[in-house]
Design a protein around this ligand. Structure first.
Ligand code: G4P
Length: 527
């Protein structure tokens, strides 16, 4: 198969949601329909199995969250689908944001009872930053949720995106009978089925077909006719280009738990979701069909097997062909590396692969050479854009509690922050280490891992910091003077960029107002 054909076959995406909306359930059902697993329940039981095998995962298991971002690949409708899993817990949101830089589109799951929730809005903001195409799946239609038209209005208002339903629910809650596929104009019957794939599909070509009344009952049939007329009257026809530009979100309804609406979703997804496209690098735009390989690291995962301390770096292929045992250029280190055991991920397994194509995600064994955002190429000094680092929300100073293990602590803090577990800021004088995270949980994870993987111990002192802002200015002298005057509030990030640590929102606003020539950024680029 040609490189172009390989590219066109690929659909690399993530399922995202506010916790509990049904992301895990939908992921599992996608794998089930994709033939990657045979029975429902496999994804969850896999999580527990991993947890039992390692103490670190045990923390996660006890807390009932999934920290790891894994990748699952399967074939569906002649497409090679790469599904990147993201942690649901909000304390690990930054992990999710980074994963979103490695996908070409997303499916956003909404709970029909709760509607748009806090984390949904935040995730959508991140998608908008990169114009990532979004398909919305309104889940749990077997529960008494809000009326579909209200939900659509709320989506448009809160997520600032146009919507276009491509499926329409017939009833809701205990009356939920199925969805009418507005795209194919066919009707799919609801048969609650939690473990198998059902194909009770009744093809209704014309909504006025009396067969519809027989199948769903006269009242529901009339309601559907009314709703569909309204939908077709109010909404513009579905526009593929607008969807692929991230301006329009097609909406599907269903119940992931009951397998319902998932097939419609996947069918439409493989038809309309974009294959890997051009990516901007700092140097130039890189097309996936280019012959020369390029890719970037978006995630580094600690190896959870205590006998092997090395880590796994997740690389997204952007162009050309990745090959096992071939030398590739590590741009930041200006060194060549080859990989004898690159991994591809299947639903529950990983296997060594010989080659990988744009859109694929592979796991590379790493002994400490990679940082988030690193680029591999065939020689060109490319640096891919768009791996942002967000201003953390909680800041604590790291205090070494075992002076004999200072080196271990330094190394541990360095490596864990390279992995993107948290952000590190250094403040002078005294080389104070400040760790910034988006959630409390990361501090537990860091402390636990420092002790168990590096033999170092520390405690954290809470700091009175509201936000860390990256600073830029056209006028270098003004920026230098500002940093001198505010020295006690200035720290350096890992790449030696200056950041301003504001104590309160009020102080930050004042400082921004008083320093019009300085730009305060809440997001940095890792590159
Ligand atoms: P998340 O990954 O987004 O956090 O959500 P997850 O899939 O774990 O789903 C959260 C809860 O919602 C689960 O119930 C799940 O069974 C339920 N759920 C998912 N899809 C549907 C649906 O279509 N209809 C209904 N009624 N419920 C749904 P749980 O009780 O928290 O977990 P479990 O004990 O059932 O596994």
């Amino acid at each position: 198969m040609s490189l172009k054909e390989e590219v066109q076959k690929r659909r690399t995406f993530a399922i995202i949601s506010h916790p509990d909306a049904g992301k895990t359930t939908l992921t599992e059902k996608c794998l089930l329909f994709g033939g990657a697993i045979q029975t429902a329940g496999a994804v969850k039981s896999n999580k527990i199995k991993k947890g039992a095998a390692s103490d670190f995962m045990e923390i996660e298991r006890q807390r009932g969250i999934s920290v790891a971002t894994s990748v699952m690949s399967f074939d569906y409708n002649n497409c090679k689908v790469n599904l990147l899993d993201t942690p649901g817990h909000k304390d690990f949101a930054e992990d999710t944001y980074r994963t979103l830089t490695a996908v070409d589109s997303v499916i956003l799951v909404i709970d029909c009872v709760k509607g748009v929730e806090e984390q949904t809005e935040r995730l959508m903001e991140v998608c908008r930053m990169r114009d990532t195409p979004v398909i919305i799946f309104i889940n749990k239609m077997d529960r008494e949720g809000r009326p579909p038209f209200d939900l659509l209005d709320e989506l448009e208002q809160k997520l600032h995106i146009s919507t276009r339903p491509l499926a329409w629910p017939i009833g809701m809650g205990s009356d939920f009978q199925g969805v009418y596929n507005l795209y194919e104009k066919s009707l799919y019957l609801f048969s609650a089925n939690k473990t198998k794939i059902s194909d009770d599909i009744v093809a209704i070509q014309d909504l006025n077909d009396p067969e519809l009344d027989k199948t769903v009952g006269e009242r529901a049939a009339n309601q559907l006719r009314e709703d569909v007329e309204l939908v077709e009257g109010v909404y513009e026809p579905f526009n593929l280009e607008m969807y692929q530009s991230g301006l329009l979100a097609p909406v599907f309804f269903g119940s992931a738990l009951n397998n319902f609406g998932v097939k419609e979703l996947l069918d439409a997804f493989t038809r309309i979701a974009p294959h890997p496209h051009d990516r901007e690098s700092v140097n130039r735009v890189v097309a996936p069909e280019e012959n020369k390989f390029s890719g970037f690291i978006f995630k580094i995962h600690a190896n959870l097997d205590p006998r092997h301390r090395d880590r796994i770096a997740f690389l997204r292929v952007c162009s050309g062909k990745f090959e096992r045992n071939k030398f590739f250029h590590h741009v930041r280190l200006d060194k060549n590396f080859r990989f004898s055991n690159p991994y591809a991920f299947l639903a529950q397994d990983k296997e060594v692969i010989e080659e990988a194509f744009p859109g694929d995600v592979i796991g590379l064994y790493d002994t400490g050479n990679f940082k988030i955002g690193d680029t591999l190429t065939e020689g060109e000094d490319l640096i891919f854009k768009g791996i942002p680092s967000f201003s953390p929300e909680i800041f604590r100073e790291v205090i070494n509690t075992d002076p004999m293990k200072t080196k271990q602590l330094e190394k541990g803090v360095q490596q864990l922050t390279d992995e993107g577990v948290a952000q590190l800021f250094i403040q002078q004088p005294g080389n104070r280490k400040i760790i910034g995270t988006v959630g409390e949980l990361q501090f537990d994870v860091i402390q636990y891992r420092l002790e168990n993987e590096y033999g170092a111990s520390c405690r954290f002192i809470p700091m009175n910091v509201y936000k860390a802002c990256w600073l830029t200015s056209e006028n270098q002298e003004i920026l230098d003077a500002f940093c001198r005057i505010k020295a006690k509030d200035i720290a350096f990030d890992k790449d030696n960029n200056r950041v301003y640590m504001a104590e309160t929102e009020w102080q930050l606003n004042m400082t921004i107002r008083n320093n019009p020539e300085i730009q305060f950024h809440f997001i940095s680029e890792f590159t």
